[in-house]
Design a protein around this ligand. Sequence first.
Ligand code: CDP
Length: 210
Amino acid sequence: MIVTIDGVAASGKSSVASGVASALSIPYVSSGLLYRAATLLALEAGTSLSDAPALLSLLGAAPLRLEPLAGGNRIYLDTPDCPRELTADAHTSAVDAGVSALAQLPQLREWVNARLRALTPPFVAEGRDMGTAVFPQARAKFFLVASPRVRALRRVKERVGDVEAVEQALIARDEQDQLQSHPAADAQIIDTSDLDLAGVIAAVMAGVQE
Ligand code: CDP
């Protein structure tokens, strides 16, 4: 069984996917974390975020390992001499600002998608295009939306920042991610603006059990 939870930036996808996966006792997989880790490595190496061949060669030499824990995904760089966890560094504003450029490249989308399709179900897959491009065969699909202000208020609780600036950055990222961010025809759209986390998880669980 595969359940997909897609949605716009900071719509609560990770927390909802984590809650749903825990309730179903299955892992959840954050596709965004792969895009983020790839962006982090490129920024650190000084590789252009629009140079697909250079990015693929950088990633080909990077032993990245995604740990799809239901409680929260983690990502590691398993270099033999100096293994390192990248999870926290993949969530900085520098990565936020750069990730959409890398995610626009079809070759990089294929690199992420191949890794996701190699995973053995059951799992909850979370991102932008899980229900459309990556797992069209999923049993239940959801797409989360919320107003930019609500999303900005949620994000400043996770990371420090000015609400106005965070809201503008989210709107900019929504625009850049537009191409890959639309609900599947058979997805249930959930507006989370007026729901708390438990409410959204309950709505998804009701949909899964239909
Ligand atoms: O929760 P938030 O939207 O901030 O982050 P995320 O889900 O970790 O996604 C980070 C970025 O990865 C997005 O802004 C997209 O550029 C890209 N992404 C994508 O293009 N397709 C996906 N399936 C998941 C993420």
